[in-house]
Design a protein around this ligand. Structure first.
Ligand SMILES: C[S@@+](CC[C@H](N)C(=O)[O-])C[C@H]1O[C@@H](n2cnc3c(N)ncnc32)[C@H](O)[C@@H]1O
Length: 226
């Protein structure tokens, strides 16, 4: 028993002693290759903790068109079942209170996941540029808002700046020419790919897009017909 206690004490004391020695020996260091330990810890904290946890580490989702919140509930269920409780979920819907009597938000509250959702009651054409200006970054976007060509095109153009490189954009109603045409600009010009489309139902398709891992270099007049 005594040996085990001594062993555990050594396991804690030795690394602490090494860190203390490292801190003392490096305290006045001016060299780039052997900076003071305190500088290393400060930089580590600035880079990986606090403000940047939200943008760099926590997986996040931006959803356009909350509606009745059915798809949102499925996504929350998936995230929770993967024990990924630290999600950031932004939902944008200008008609939630008027056309949907806030049913989507109410369902989320009843399911106990309202705390995961940051809701904006303006159109995506207003919210997305604001999120972009705030430097927000998302892993996944779910587009099911304004289905006209100009609405979808604008959503995707802003999402090009909001979704991380190699991120995923799920699009509902891909059977609509307006939606498919808007997507084709981004696959033809920005190196996005279509990973999967639904084929089971003739009347209702969806598509999963992957944004480019390395966005292509484009001259100022670059244009590929789509
Ligand atoms: C087909 S419904 C979405 C249904 C939803 N996916 C669900 O699971 O219940 C389309 C939604 O897009 C919203 N919408 C319409 N114009 C929008 C815009 N400019 N920005 C964001 N959402 C918009 C509508 O209010 C509506 O909630």
């Amino acid at each position: 028993m005594r040996r085990r206690v001594l062993g555990t004490a050594l396991e804690i004391a030795v690394p602490l002693a090494i860190l203390a020695l490292w801190a003392i020996l490096s305290a006045d260091s001016q060299t780039y290759y052997f900076p003071p330990l305190t500088d290393i810890l400060d930089t580590f904290a600035d880079t990986w903790l606090f403000e940047r946890v939200g943008s760099d580490v926590v997986p996040s989702l931006v959803r356009l068109g909350l509606g009745y919140g059915i798809a949102a509930l499925f996504i929350c269920e998936g995230l929770i079942s993967k024990r990924n409780a630290l999600i950031g979920h932004v939902a944008v819907d200008p008609h939630q209170a008027t056309r949907f009597a806030s049913c989507g938000l109410q369902f989320l509250a009843e399911a106990g996941v309202a705390g995961l959702v940051e809701h904006y009651s303006e159109g995506s054409e207003i919210v997305l540029p604001r999120l972009l200006a705030e430097g927000r970054c998302f892993d996944l976007a779910f587009v099911d808002g304004n289905h006209r060509f100009d609405g979808v095109f604008l959503d995707l153009a802003y999402l090009a700046g909001l979704v991380r490189a190699g991120g995923v954009i799920f699009l509902d109603d891909y059977q609509l020419p307006s939606v498919a045409r808007a997507v084709s600009f981004f696959t033809a010009n920005l190196g996005w790919s279509i990973e999967e489309t639904a084929t089971t139902d003739d009347l209702h398709h969806w598509a999963v897009l992957r944004t480019a891992l390395v966005p292509p270099e484009r001259p100022f007049d670059h244009y590929v017909d789509f």
